[in-house]
Design a protein around this ligand. Structure first.
Ligand code: NAP
Length: 286
């Protein structure tokens, strides 16, 4: 890997920079045995981070992950799951967390995220997350789909600065977070987990894969355009990419992005074709 393998978190622990997403797995797009084989191909190739959520396929994605990781050394895995906003308070968070742990077949999560903001006060969610940490059910907690003003509000609450990561949509064709959110996160030592890093294989923006700049750089590195999208994410320090695939071949292809070191000229070509924002943009979400 030509990039740093890990990001360091605020408590001095580390988190891998490359992982596997699981949204839309266990929904019949591929057979479950294919999807388990895809996750295991990634694990066997050294990808230890898996991102999932209680929401995905109504818990079936977590169960699928549980089946995929059975037999692997838990201490070498980094498991991330997410709680629904309506479950992120005293009444339900512990129950949601325990159900996720059961489906995953583990007794702790490395990272537990608030999936997006809901009506439960942030202070209450922070208390529940900190209690789960004290009880050794999670090692760290973070948020998702938070913009700059949400992060300001979170960090103004006691304990809010224990937020370890923010997971937001980020890909070459959607760079809005670069305007003021990523500078703020860098200054406060909150790494970004970039979701939809492949722009859902280009479906979110078809001009990405037909871009002459992307194609030329892909040819130069003997990879596919999608891997250039991942290399763009990895080029930025303190950013984690979590592409999703239920196809073992795709998982291994994507991993090749870790060996693609973009030169300054190549980065400038991408920047030119897909410029960084020059003003605040609404947070992009899926
Ligand atoms: N926090 C949030 O609100 C949020 C929202 C969205 C996503 N996420 C997380 O981020 C992860 C990634 O986002 P995403 O799944 O929406 O999108 P993505 O990773 O950008 O794209 C996934 C799509 O790309 C295809 N694909 C992957 N590798 C490929 C390859 N080498 N060649 C061709 N096609 C390929 C997959 O199909 P195949 O299976 O056929 O390969 C799938 O259709 C999710 O799985 C989830 O864990 C979080």
């Amino acid at each position: 890997m030509v990039y740093r393998r890990d990001v360091s978190l605020h408590d001095g622990s580390h988190m891998p920079r490359f992982g596997m997403g699981t949204w839309h797995l266990a929904e019949g797009r591929h057979s479950q045995s294919q999807e388990i084989a895809a996750l295991r191909a990634g694990l066997d190739a050294g990808i230890s981070l898996i991102d999932t959520a209680e929401m995905y396929a109504d818990g079936r994605a977590e169960s699928l992950v549980g089946r995929a990781i059975a037999g692997y050394d838990r201490s070498r895995l980094f498991l991330v799951s997410k709680v629904y906003p309506h479950n992120a308070g005293r009444a339900h968070l512990r129950h949601s967390l325990e159900a996720s742990l059961k489906r995953l077949g583990t007794d702790y999560l490395d990272m537990y995220l608030l999936h997006w903001r809901g009506s439960v006060p942030l202070a209450e969610t922070i208390d529940c997350m900190e209690q789960a940490k004290a009880d050794d059910l999670i090692h760290n907690w973070g948020v998702s789909n938070f913009d700059t003003d949400d992060m300001h509000e979170l960090f103004a609450i006691p304990g809010g600065d224990n937020c370890a990561v923010n997971q937001d949509l980020y890909h070459l064709g959607s760079r809005g977070v670069e305007f003021d959110l990523l500078p703020w996160m860098d200054a406060h030592h909150v790494p970004l987990m970039a979701y939809c890093p492949l722009a859902q294989a280009g479906r979110l923006q078809d001009r990405l894969l037909s871009s002459p700049a992307v194609r030329e750089i892909a040819d130069a590195h003997d990879v596919q355009p999608l891997q250039i999208l991942l290399a763009f994410i990895l080029h930025r320090d303190d950013t984690i990419a979590i592409p999703c695939s239920g196809n073992a071949r795709h998982v291994l292809d994507n991993l090749r992005a870790c060996d693609v070191e973009l030169s300054a000229d190549e980065f400038a070509m991408l920047d030119d074709a897909f410029p960084a924002p020059s003003s605040k943009e609404p947070l992009d979400m899926q």
